[in-house]
Design a protein around this ligand. Structure first.
Ligand code: HEC
Ligand code: HEC
Length: 390
C-alpha cells in the first residue's frame, strides 16, 4: 500500500518543474507571442479554426495540470490521518487551550480565517500576515508566504510555538500535554509502531502533514483539463482567454495554479507597500526584496481578503492590481470581471467526510505544561522566534 507520504511526494513530482523565478521571463514570452498574434491578426478568435474553443482546448493548456486526488487511505496512513485530524482540531496544542489549527484555517470555510485580513492567535494577538488556505497546500514547492518552511511537516511545528499563533513555550509543553492523554498515547502507539518513543514532535508534525495531504478540492477546472469541455461555462471560457492573454499563467500555473515559484510583488510596476519585504526577511539577500511565494488560486474566491497582508477586500481589486503590477496591463472592468468569472471554476468541493472532527474527546488526566530548557534552540522554535509578529 502506497503511503500518504509517498503519495505526497508524487503529487509534488507531478508539478511543473521548479522554476523559482520564471515569471518575468515567461511574461516576456507571453508578451512577444501576443504581439506576433496581433500582427497576424485573428489570434484568439475561433475564426482561424472552425472548431469551437480550439484556442483553449484542454490539450493546449500544457502549463496546467489536473489535480490527482488521493484514494481512501488504509493501514498506517489511515491511522496517521485520524491522529493528524485530531491534532488539527485540538486547541490544547495552544497556550490557554484557546486556538487550534482550525481556528485560522477553518476546514468548512476553505481552509482560511474568512474575512480576517490577519488572524488572531492566543491572547487575541494579531499576526502580521493573512492565513493562506490549507487546502491543496501540499502541492506547493514550499510553505508560508516567504517559503520559510520546506514541507507541510516542517510548517506544522511553527504555529504551535509561535508566540502570536498558538503560543506554546516549546516542544516539551506540546509533548507533555499529549502524554497526559491516554487516547493520544494509544493512537500514537498504533500509528507509529516500533518506535521506542512514539510521542515525538516529529510524529506530531508528520501526522498533521499526512492529514493535510488529503485536504484536496477537485473542481470543474479539473474536469475541463481532463477533456470535458462542457465543464466550464462560456463565460468562464471567455475569462480563461483573458487570464491567458494577460499573462497570469506565467506565475499561476501547474496543478495548484501557483505555489511553484517565488515572484516579485511589483514585477512590472512597483508595489506601493514595502512594509513586508517577503523572502528577503528570511534570506537577507537584496535580490529577494519583495519576493513572495506565488499563492495558489484554487478556491481563491473563498479565501479573501487577499494578498499577504489581507489588505485587499474584493477579488476584482486583487485581479486589477495583479494585471497592473505583475503583468503591466490596465484591464477594463469587463476584462477584470471576466477573469473573476473564470476563477469561480477553480472552486472545488470540500471533502466533508474527511474533515469531520473526531467525536467526543477524552479530557486530559492532568494539566501538564512544562517549558523547554531556557536557551534551548530547536529547529521549530527557530522558525517561530525568527518570525515573531508574523
Ligand atoms: C493564529 C492563526 C493561525 C494558527 C493557529 C495556525 N495558523 Fe497556519 N498560518 C497562519 C498564517 C497567518 C500563515 C501565513 C504566515 C506566513 O506566511 O508568514 C499560516 C500558514 C500556514 C501554512 C502554509 C500555507 C501556504 O500556502 O504557505 C500551513 C500549511 C498552515 N499554516 C497550517 C497550519 C497548521 C497545521 C496549524 C496547526 C498546527 C496552523 N497552521 C495554525 C495562521 C495560523
Ligand atoms: C509575475 C508573477 C505574477 C503574475 C504575472 C500574476 N501574479 Fe498573481 N500573484 C503573484 C504573487 C507573487 C502573489 C502574492 C502577492 C502577495 O504577496 O500578497 C500573487 C497573488 C495573487 C492573488 C491573491 C491570492 C491570495 O490568496 O491572496 C490573486 C487573486 C492573483 N494573484 C491573481 C492573478 C491574476 C488574475 C493574474 C493575471 C491578471 C496574476 N495574478 C498575475 C504573482 C503573479
Amino acid at each position: 500500500m502506497k503511503s500518504f507520504e509517498i503519495a505526497l511526494s508524487e503529487i509534488r513530482a507531478q508539478q511543473s518543474p521548479r522554476v523559482p523565478r520564471m515569471g518575468k521571463f515567461l511574461l516576456g514570452i507571453f508578451a512577444a507571442l501576443t504581439t506576433i498574434c496581433m500582427i497576424l491578426s485573428g489570434c484568439g478568435h475561433a475564426s482561424l479554426d472552425p472548431r469551437p474553443d480550439a484556442d483553449i482546448a484542454p490539450q493546449h493548456l500544457f502549463m496546467f495540470s489536473a489535480l490527482r486526488t488521493l484514494g481512501p487511505a488504509t493501514g498506517l496512513a489511515a491511522l496517521r490521518i485520524d491522529l493528524g485530524r485530531r491534532l488539527y482540531y485540538d486547541a490544547h496544542l495552544s497556550e490557554n487551550a484557546s486556538v487550534s489549527c482550525n481556528s485560522c484555517h477553518q476546514l468548512t470555510k476553505y481552509g482560511v480565517d474568512p474575512g480576517k485580513p490577519v488572524s488572531f492567535g492566543h491572547n487575541q494577538r494579531p499576526g502580521g500576515r493573512n492565513s493562506p488556505t490549507v487546502y491543496n497546500a501540499g502541492l506547493q514547492f514550499v510553505q508560508f508566504w516567504d517559503g520559510r518552511a520546506a514541507t507541510l511537516a516542517e510548517q506544522a511545528s511553527g504555529p504551535m510555538m509561535n508566540p502570536v499563533e498558538m503560543g506554546m513555550s516549546g516542544p516539551a509543553a506540546v509533548l507533555a500535554y499529549i502524554r497526559s492523554r491516554p487516547d493520544y498515547i494509544r493512537q500514537f502507539r498504533v500509528a507509529y509502531p516500533g518506535a521506542s518513543d512514539p510521542i515525538t514532535l516529529d510524529h506530531v508534525t508528520n501526522a498533521i502533514a499526512v492529514f493535510e495531504a488529503g485536504l484536496q478540492t477537485p473542481a470543474r477546472w479539473d474536469k475541463y483539463l481532463q477533456g470535458d469541455t462542457s465543464a466550464l461555462t462560456d463565460a468562464e471560457k471567455q475569462g480563461l482567454r483573458v487570464f491567458l492573454r494577460t499573462g497570469c499563467a506565467a506565475c499561476h500555473a501547474g496543478t495548484a495554479m501557483g505555489g511553484n515559484s517565488y515572484e516579485q510583488l511589483g514585477a512590472s510596476r512597483d508595489w506601493p507597500d514595502h512594509s513586508d519585504v517577503g523572502r528577503s526577511g528570511i534570506t537577507h539577500q537584496a535580490g529577494d526584496v519583495m519576493y513572495f511565494k506565488v499563492p495558489i488560486l484554487r478556491n481563491v474566491e473563498n479565501t479573501g481578503p487577499w494578498f499577504h497582508n489581507g489588505k485587499v477586500q474584493t477579488l476584482d481589486e486583487a485581479v486589477r492590481l495583479m494585471a497592473k503590477h505583475e503583468a503591466g496591463q490596465n484591464l477594463s472592468d469587463a476584462e477584470i470581471r471576466s477573469i473573476v468569472v473564470f476563477l469561480h471554476a477553480l472552486t472545488g468541493e470540500i471533502p466533508r467526510r474527511y474533515i469531520q472532527p473526531p467525536p467526543d474527546e477524552e479530557p486530559p488526566i492532568k494539566t501538564a505544561k512544562s517549558s523547554s530548557a531556557p536557551g534551548q534552540m530547536t529547529h521549530s522554535t527557530m522558525i517561530s522566534t525568527s518570525k515573531e509578529g508574523q
